[in-house]
Design a protein around this ligand. Structure first.
Ligand code: PXP
Length: 239
């Protein structure tokens, strides 16, 4: 199973201060050095973290395949066609949400999604649909011609431990069904070191896409070195 690292929240830190650092491109290079298999970035319509320029640089200047998360919106589809990432993951997007809240309504938006899947596929981009663990939605993804689905694991990951069994059953059933339909199965959202064990029970997984927990963990993994480095820099103070 592969790991795609979502580096959006490196850009969140940058945008919080309007600086040029931390650069998500540097983060991607570190991820590659650590053995990650792919980089995911979400170009949101409100550009709250990742910017257009980041997407171009992430495609050209780091070694891993880029998975561009995006809404099915004409202006963003145009950018995808210009950047040509290895993969596009179509997600629902609401301006006020803190993060992607649910899976795509593939049945409700079938016609417009079909056009987008067709034109991205013709450009040689693998199209993935970010969906809830729902069998009818999976069948609609198959009918759309999308080769890949990403199962939304957020409900499972955010649930209390005693509520997880039923949600895991749904994920397992969905993964089995997707596999039977010939779809490639990815999963993501809310995965961290505490809930990873459960996620590993989902069959047929190709890739896990994980962001927030890795970026949060990296803050503390780097904290002691960062403080030591600053203290060393202060040694030169002459008084
Ligand atoms: N997959 C998709 C489609 C997402 O929208 C996100 C969040 O941007 C992730 C995976 C990663 O989720 P998290 O940051 O909670 O690990």
């Amino acid at each position: 199973m592969k790991l795609g690292v979502n580096i959006d929240h490196v850009a969140t830190l940058r945008q919080a201060r309007g600086t040029v650092y931390p650069d998500p491109l540097d983060a991607a290079i570190h991820c590659a050095r650590a053995g990650a298999h792919g980089i995911t970035a979400h170009l949101r319509e409100d550009r709250r973290h990742i910017l257009d320029d980041d997407i171009y640089r992430l495609k050209e200047l780091q070694p891993l395949p880029l998975n561009l998360e995006m809404a099915n919106v004409e202006s963003i589809v145009e950018i995808a066609l210009s950047v040509r990432p290895a993969e596009v993951c179509l997600v629902p997007e609401k301006r006020q949400e803190l993060t992607t809240e649910g899976g795509l309504d593939v049945i409700g938006h079938f016609d417009s999604l079909k056009d987008t899947v067709e034109c991205l596929s013709e450009a040689g981009i693998e199209v993935s649909m970010f969906i809830d663990a729902d069998l009818e939605t999976l069948m609609a993804c198959k009918d759309l011609g999308a080769p890949t689905v990403e199962l939304h694991t957020g409900a499972y990951c955010d649930a209390e431990p005693n509520e997880r069994a039923v949600l895991m059953e749904q994920l397992i059933r969905a993964a089995d069904y997707a596999h039977d339909l010939g779809l490639k199965v990815n999963a993501g959202h809310g995965i961290n070191m505490e809930n990873l064990g459960g996620i590993l029970c989902i069959p047929h997984l190709d890739t896990l896409n994980i962001g927030h927990s890795i970026i949060c963990r990296a803050v503390f993994e780097g904290m002691e070195n960062s403080v030591r480095e600053m203290l060393e820099g202060m040694q030169d103070y002459a008084g």
